[in-house]
Design a protein. Structure first.
Length: 103
């Protein structure tokens, strides 16, 4: 039996409260990939890599799990996740930066 993927909004943050916030349809896979890339100094998102290097490490946190009531196509699911991302960025304030580019 295949494990259910968890979609949602996540953040990576340092001890000073600086955060990078993103969304994923597979949060656990994204966490593993980002932490691996950061540890190897190979993250393609340079501002995140710089924060990781400066702070000596980051904490990964699932802010909101997204479980749609029905099967959604990719465009609709991304739109709903992006709306949640914007809400979280507003709640976290100025120290939160989006990983995904605004559309």
């Amino acid at each position: 039996m295949r494990a259910q993927l968890i979609a949602g909004v996540y953040r990576l943050y340092d001890g000073c409260g600086r955060s990078f916030v993103g969304f994923s349809r597979n949060v656990e896979g994204t966490r593993k990939r980002l932490m691996f890339e950061l540890a190897l100094n190979a993250c393609s998102y340079k501002p995140l890599q710089e924060l990781y290097n400066e702070s000596g490490g980051l904490t990964f946190e699932l802010l909101e799990e997204f479980s749609p009531e029905s099967e959604l196509d990719d465009v609709v699911m991304d739109a709903q996740l992006r709306a949640r991302l914007y809400r979280w960025c507003g709640e976290l304030g100025d120290k939160a930066v989006q990983i995904q580019r605004p559309i």
